[in-house]
Structures are given as structure tokens and as C-alpha cells.
Design a protein around this ligand. Structure first.
Ligand SMILES: [Fe+2]
Ligand SMILES: [Fe+2]
Length: 220
């Protein structure tokens, strides 16, 4: 099985992620590039470690997390399938059949319209992916432009986001710091209620309760 480090060294993968970032930027989406890929990989791995999953599952979660969005440059609506198929084409010789099936399933499963949680790896990728809300994801540079779009506005307002695991209490919380001068907390909810529902589903699949803490207040 290849390590995440080796996958990060693969020039095709890096180019797919770069092209996906450029495509998403051109279409006005939030950041879907190397920053997002690396963060989802890191967070999926960390949560897997914090809830005491085996080393192997931690590694699989980080690899699926890194590659989950790399098919966006081939088309947004089916990007999760493209990502899984590209992964298979490049790495079919580098993983066992079982590892490959789990990785492809977790990558193909992360999109909200087709999400079905059937194993820990896919739940970890969903959790890490949907929890990534942050000012750094906003591609538009001018404040004028940012203010015009709800998604940009809400992402821009989040200055700190952190997934916290409490192993003893079996809780996973998303802890956010929101600049309420920029966006009221209600607007955050309008946009992210759905996202939080997916985080909750994923946490529950892993046997955990999901919580949301915004500016020190427990909202969920
Ligand atoms: Fe995606
Ligand atoms: Fe993503």
C-alpha cells in the first residue's frame, strides 16, 4: 500500500488537483485545491486516530481525503465518480483489491446527492470534507465581490474552524469562530444546515454524537 507522502509526490495527482482548483475558481466555487485536499486528508486521519481506529484505516482515510475532489476538472456534477475512477487508473497496481475498493468507495461517496455511509473510511472523509469552512476557502479577493455571494460571505466570516473529538464522551464537535460583523450566525445556518446534517450522519456512523459550537456557544 502506498503512503500518503508517495501519493502527494505523484505529478499527475498534483496536476489534477491544480486543474480542479482552477476550474472551480473559474466557475465561482470556493477553494477546491491543494489546501482543501491536504486539510481533508489531515483531518480525516486525525479524527480516525482520535477515535482509536487502526493505523491502516487512518492511512486509507487520509489518502481518500486527499484525492476526493481531484476529478472536478472533468465536470462538477459527477466529480466524485471521476475522482474515484482517476484514482483507480493511476494506482491500480499499488493497493490490494480490498484497499482499492474501500478507497474508491470513500471517494465516490462523498458527494451529498449520492452519499451512503457504508464504512468508516467514507464517514471520515465526509466529516473532514463537510467541516472545511474557512475564510481561506474564499477565492474572490475583493470584499465587494465576497459580500455579493452567500457562500463566500459565510466562508469568509469563519476565522477559525476545528474538529474536536472527545473519545470518552463519544462526541465530535465542530468548533467555529465567526466574525459576526461580517455575517450573522443565522445566515451561517441558512447555508450550512445541510452540511452540518451530513457531519452528524458521519459522526453517528462512527458511533459519535455531533455538536456545533459557534463563538463559544453550543448550538447543536
Ligand atoms: Fe467534492
Ligand atoms: Fe471536498
Amino acid at each position: 500500500m502506498l503512503s500518503l507522502e508517495k501519493i502527494k509526490d505523484n505529478s499527475q495527482i498534483l496536476e489534477f488537483i491544480r486543474q480542479s482548483h482552477l476550474s472551480m475558481q473559474a466557475l465561482g466555487y470556493t477553494e477546491h485545491g491543494l489546501r482543501h485536499a491536504s486539510l481533508v486528508a489531515k483531518e480525516a486521519q486525525r479524527v480516525a486516530a482520535d477515535i482509536n481506529l487502526k493505523e491502516k484505516e487512518q492511512q486509507l482515510a487520509s489518502i481518500a481525503g486527499f484525492c476526493h475532489d481531484m476529478g472536478n476538472f472533468l465536470g462538477r456534477s459527477q466529480h466524485h465518480y471521476w475522482s474515484a475512477l482517476l484514482f483507480h487508473q493511476i494506482f491500480s497496481a499499488d493497493f490490494s483489491s480490498e484497499e482499492m475498493a474501500l478507497l474508491m468507495q470513500a471517494i465516490a461517496n462523498h458527494d451529498k446527492y449520492t452519499m451512503k455511509l457504508t464504512n468508516n473510511i467514507s464517514a471520515l472523509v465526509v466529516l473532514a470534507d463537510k467541516a472545511d469552512v474557512h475564510r481561506e476557502r474564499v477565492s474572490s479577493k475583493s470584499l465587494e465581490e465576497i459580500k455579493k455571494d452567500k457562500h463566500n460571505r459565510v466562508n469568509y466570516a469563519v476565522t477559525k474552524s476545528d474538529l474536536r473529538v472527545n473519545f470518552t464522551k463519544k462526541q465530535i464537535a465542530l468548533v467555529l469562530k465567526i466574525d459576526t460583523n461580517f455575517v450573522p450566525v443565522m445566515e451561517y445556518f441558512e447555508i450550512f444546515t445541510e452540511r452540518m446534517a451530513y457531519c452528524r450522519k458521519a459522526a453517528e456512523y462512527l458511533g459519535y454524537k455531533f455538536g456545533l459550537i459557534v463563538n463559544g456557544f453550543k448550538l447543536l
